[in-house]
Design a protein. Structure first.
Lengths: 111, 254
């Protein structure tokens, strides 16, 4: 499944990083502690979080993540948006909470 | 230059996690007893006890940095200090605008009393004070800078609520006057294991929540006299002022 498929299927908002929409998704990771994500997320995962600081993009890039999904209507800080575009890693948004969003993606990837 | 003992991270009874004995009066008495020259009053997201501590401490010849320990939206704890009452009040207004209204019914998380010098309770703050403000770390730093205050991310080595646990690393574009380290860790350990600029001043504070923790640990300021401007110069290692973390050889640090 590609990031763009996920976006279409769940009506996610695209904030930035459009050039990365073709990336293939291998799984997901959920955490709001950036140090935890640095240590434990894997390549090509989508990261579901409510953190909107620019460090999110630095870590997404370091870990080669496929995309970041901001929950509960959170919007990226301007610097986060800028880095997302530079790195070509999409930042998507949803009004769902983390539990719902992660549940849907988990079910989809494990069908 | 002279050496002054400082502990810049002390909670009062207003913080829900602090002991009820942490009244302004008792804090000043304990600071005096343990030989501290400079103390920082840093309640969670509140400056409401700082002025009273300052007033009481002045009579004992102790200099007080008035401020708070703010919780940023990213849940990073940062110490902030302001030079005078008007700036302190301006920052309190900023907190009031950004603190979410999470109730603390019947002191569920601990009571949050504002007291007077006779230890009578004037009010109980209704909202849970340590909650994350609706303001990010950069926004808060800008606000503090606008008010010419000091901005010091606290206990950066802690597994929770430190800048590194919350943000993975210290953002390049963040400005700060110094970094705080927690009381059981050595300066060497932090410099070896964390990415911290060589020139960055580290401060080790007690983060006291109980009276007996005051004075257990201190940092020495080598300055002319205890004053806001002198302390600021020391944090930035200017004009021969500097800071030295006191390592007690009888204690073991990690």
């Amino acid at each position: 499944m590609k990031v763009s498929d996920l976006m279409d299927k769940y009506g996610l908002t695209l904030y930035s990083g459009e050039s990365g929409l073709g990336k293939e998704i291998s799984g997901g990771y959920v955490s709001d502690l950036l140090s935890d994500v640095m240590g434990n997320a894997s390549e090509n995962e989508v990261w579901i979080t409510l953190q909107t600081h620019q460090n999110v993009m630095a870590i997404a890039s370091l870990k080669d993540l496929a995309a970041v999904i901001l929950v509960k209507g959170f919007e990226p800080d301007p610097e986060m948006l800028e880095h997302s575009n530079e790195e070509g890693i999409p930042v998507l948004g949803t009004s769902w909470g983390t539990f719902e969003m992660a549940g849907k993606i988990y079910a989809e990837l494990n069908r | 230059m002279k050496k002054f003992r400082a502990d810049l991270h002390i909670h009062t009874v207003l913080s829900p996690c602090a002991d009820l004995e942490m009244s302004p009066k008792n804090i000043v008495a304990r600071a005096k007893e343990t030989g501290l020259d400079i103390i920082g009053i840093t309640d969670h997201n509140s400056t409401l006890h700082a002025k009273l501590v300052k007033k009481l401490a002045e009579k004992e010849g102790i200099f007080v940095l008035t401020g708070a320990e703010v919780t940023t939206r990213e849940e990073v704890h940062c110490l902030v200090f302001f030079e005078d009452e008007s700036r302190l009040e301006a920052f309190q207004n900023f907190i009031d605008r950004h603190l979410p209204h999470i109730p603390n019914p019947d002191g569920h998380f601990g009571y949050q009393p504002v007291v007077n010098e006779n230890e009578n309770i004037l009010e109980l703050v209704p909202w849970f004070l340590p909650a994350a403000l609706n303001a990010g770390i950069n926004q808060i730093q800008h606000e503090v800078e606008k008010l010419e205050g000091l901005f010091i991310p606290a206990h950066i080595d802690r597994p929770a609520n430190g800048i590194i646990s919350q943000l993975g690393f210290i953002p390049d574009d963040l400005k700060y006057d110094a970094l705080g380290i927690s009381k059981h860790i050595s300066e060497n350990y932090v410099r070896k294991h964390y990415v911290v600029g060589n020139k960055t001043t580290l401060l080790r504070n007690s983060d006291a929540h109980y009276l007996q923790q005051i004075g257990e640990i201190y940092t020495q300021f080598i300055i002319e006299k205890p004053a806001f401007s002198e302390i600021k110069m020391a944090l930035h290692q200017q004009n021969s002022r500097f800071v030295e973390i006191y390592e007690d050889n009888h204690r073991s640090y990690s």
